[in-house]
Design a protein around this ligand. Structure first.
Ligand code: ADP
Ligand code: ZN
Ligand code: ZN
Length: 727
């Protein structure tokens, strides 16, 4: 027998090994440790075969078998195979994505003891009220009286204080124990509902019954503006399924997984829930994976990769903000989490809900083709009102840190009324360029075709493409002049200007720079919620998913770049951003205003958006995409190559193009990537378009095999991405 193993290397084949002598054969789906090159690799057994095209004396035996059983359930095994094929990615690169990091590294998959907190006998008799002067300790005791065995992993989730735990341990009121987690226990299917559940409005009720009455696989688009009560719809449907003993997978964008989201689910369902996001450590991830796989998790709430969580009783998948770009993995196995989740639902014959106020054009096209069902929530739940839209022409207008006098005026009015205002600028740093006033020299990164961004606070210039940094130059390298000026405005400069213009209204900035420290984003969001700050400045980090009921004015400083981008998705993204940020204004009972500054006040996209909203925009955009033979109508893949020498990268793509069969598949390129030189490498790309999925699939599969053999392909780094999001 030969054992065919998938290994995490970018080669589209399996690797053959001999069994270990006198040991049982490994089951399919189990991990094995194998010799590979000079070292060892952890792989997954894909096949046992009696034949092998490599002579047996050239093969090596496995080093060890790591699992007694397959680590993947049937549906996930199928999903991995379907995904590998769809994304033209070797199975060996796909499979590790389905496993927690510890298992990828070869550690044991057996459940490990976890730390739990419990009350001591003395603690059980303590009235939390007697700890009044130590409020945090009182919360812990009260919590433990409700949940007698509290997993340490839930401490952060419930925002309990670590110092309080320590103090209570010292007082011998609580103690920590190590215990095997209870795997696979059934959760209760009866519980007391929260009293604060709102009665659904008509649109919500229609959506709920459409989904509840469906059978098997169905994909629903829940299309409703922010605050229209989509989450309430999810919760109502979840309630029903959970009471039937089915489990639910909920995927949200990275930025949407806030303590508020988590506690909303927790409060509604007193059931075991696993939360998975980038901040969860490897131990915890493994424990969550084990718990879910054993059937012990009623709910799994997580970001993109949580989609691969094995859940035996999975009854439904929900994807909130399905249009969000964070569902796309941008390196290695470049999959789209939403699309794979739909594939998974289909493989498991269960319903899936895609929720958004601004659905992706892909999703809307699926609705139009009759593949997905469209459920609309047109009214804002509760007391929200539509916002007033203002288009501000800034041609010939004096701008102060990017703000027109009209914008400053509107801000003043809203601030004076006691409200918060939010300004949006998708450019972090102080200024996007440093210019010599005497000779016009612009400071460029040495490794990329890009200008340095000035970061005044850090006293550095930084390239936002390769990350290289240095001190802010004092002299021009070309002419020696010391007259260096910044050009353009970034969020850091905007924040400074606001402090000058509105000294009485504290401002906070939310972007990648100001939130890089752990916990700082949460702290800032908390300041906003408490009303301690009045002006919010940020990049698109600020645009997503947060509830700020006191924000009544939203300003977009610079949207023009998106109107003229080479990326055909730029318009869609601008429209989504605009609708999402407008949704931030006036969510509660206060009327909101949104102002958009532009040098292109006549631009049809802007007018379309303001006049007929996202739906009107999407209709036009879909017509345009169809005429231009672009996604979602045509199938798209992107071939990229990079090399220290431009000719090598370009040459490879040219050769690849010459090998493409003469059929309906078109290849456009090679052309330089939007950033032709990055981190010292020249980058080229080509678009590959096909009228249908099968044509793309059957044309590119054999073609890729040929590319693997090309000598020119070894001289550069290249990859093929299906459904690329950024061009
Ligand atoms: P979305 O997910 O679409 O942004 P949510 O479900 O979060 O909307 O609802 C927004 C707010 O409106 C929440 O505070 C929610 O509790 C409230 N809400 C939702 N549905 C109703 C309803 N039918 N009646 C009253 N309030 C509602
Ligand atoms: Zn100069
Ligand atoms: Zn650079």
């Amino acid at each position: 027998m030969f054992i065919q193993v998938a290994l995490p290397v970018p080669l589209p084949r399996l690797f053959s090994y001999l069994p270990i002598e006198n040991a049982p054969l490994p089951p399919i789906g189990a991990r094995v440790l194998v010799p590979f090159g000079q070292g060892k690799q952890v792989g997954v057994v894909v096949k046992l075969s009696e034949e092998c095209d490599v002579p047996a004396n050239k093969l090596k035996p496995l080093i060890s078998v790591l699992d007694e059983q397959s680590l993947l359930s049937k549906p996930l095994w199928k999903l991995a195979n379907t995904a590998a094929r769809y994304y033209f990615t070797p199975l060996g690169m796909v499979l590790p994505q389905l496993l927690p990091v510890k298992l990828r590294k070869g550690e044991s998959a057996a459940p490990t003891p976890q730390k739990y907190w419990q009350l001591t006998d003395q603690g059980k008799q303590t009235d939390p009220n007697s700890l009044k002067r130590a409020a945090q300790q009182a919360r812990v005791v009260a919590q433990l009286q409700r949940t007698p065995l509290l997993a340490d992993s839930d401490v952060n989730l419930l925002e309990l204080s670590r110092p309080a735990l320590k103090a209570l341990t010292e007082k011998e009121l609580i103690s920590a124990i190590d215990k095997q987690p209870q795997l696979g226990t059934d959760w209760p299917t009866q519980w007391q509902s929260d009293d604060h559940i709102p009665t659904l409005n008509k649109e919500q009720a229609v959506a709920v019954s459409a989904i509840n009455n469906s059978e098997g696989f169905n994909c629903f688009l829940l299309d409703g503006v922010t605050g229209s009560g989509k989450t309430e719809v999810y919760l109502t449907i979840m309630d029903k399924l959970l009471r039937q003993g089915q489990s639910i997978l909920v995927l949200v964008p990275e930025i949407g997984l806030t303590p508020q989201t988590i506690s909303r689910f927790r409060q509604r369902f007193p059931l075991p829930m696993e939360v998975l996001h980038s901040g969860v450590n490897d131990n915890q991830r493994l424990a969550s994976w084990q718990h879910a796989r054993a059937g012990g998790a009623a709910i799994v709430l997580g970001t993109r990769s949580a989609l691969f969580t094995d859940m035996p009783k999975l009854g439904m998948i929900i994807i909130d903000e399905e249009h969000d770009s964070s569902f796309k993995q941008q390196e290695g196995f470049r999959y789209h989490g939403r699309d794979l989740a739909v594939m998974r639902a289909q493989l498991q014959s269960i319903p899936i809900i895609l929720g958004s106020a601004t659905p992706a054009l892909e999703t809307l096209a699926n609705v139009k083709r009759g593949r997905y069902r469209h459920l609309k929530l047109n009214k804002r739940a509760g007391a929200g009102r539509p916002v007033k839209q203002l288009l501000q022409d800034i041609r010939t207008c004096y701008l102060d840190a990017g703000m027109s006098p009209a914008m400053i005026e509107r801000m003043k009015t809203h601030l004076k009324a006691g409200n918060q205002v939010m300004l949006f600028l998708n450019r972090r740093g102080f200024a996007p360029a440093l210019l010599c006033h005497e000779c016009g020299h612009l400071h460029e990164c040495n490794n990329c075709d890009a200008f340095y961004t000035v970061h005044q606070g850090a006293n550095m210039v930084q390239c936002h493409h390769c990350g290289s940094m240095r001190g802010i130059p004092r002299q021009c390298p070309d002419c020696g002049s010391t007259q260096l000026f910044t050009r353009g405005v970034g969020t850091e400069q905007l924040e400074q200007a606001l402090t000058r213009l509105f000294p009485d209204y504290p401002a906070v900035r939310i972007d990648r720079d100001s939130t890089s420290r752990k916990g700082s984003l949460d702290a800032k969001l908390e300041q906003i919620r408490k009303g301690e700050v009045k002006i919010l400045v940020g990049t698109q980090m600020l645009a997503k998913g947060h509830h700020f009921p006191d924000v009544t004015f939203v300003g977009l400083l610079d949207v023009d770049s998106a109107l003229f981008s080479a990326d055909f998705r730029a318009a869609e993204r601008l429209a989504q951003l605009y609708v999402q940020v407008s949704g931030r204004a006036g969510r509660a009972s206060k009327p909101g205003e949104v102002m958009l500054q532009t040098h292109q006040p006549e631009h049809p996209l802007l007018h379309q958006l303001m006049a007929s909203g996202y739906a009107g925009f999407a209709d036009d955009a879909l017509t345009e995409r169809s005429q231009a033979q672009l996604p979602p109508f045509w199938q798209l893949a992107l071939l990229r190559a990079e090399s220290t020498y431009a000719e090598q990268a370009k040459g490879f793509i040219l050769q690849a193009k010459s090998l493409l069969p003469d059929n309906e598949v078109q290849m456009i390129g090679p052309m330089p990537s939007p950033l032709e030189r990055k981190a010292g490498k020249y980058r080229f790309q080509a678009l590959i378009l096909a009228p249908t999925r099968p044509i793309l699939q059957t044309t590119l599969e054999p073609w890729l095999q040929q590319l693997q053999q090309l000598e020119s392909g070894r001289k550069c780094r290249w990859n093929l991405e299906r459904d690329p999001q950024d061009l």
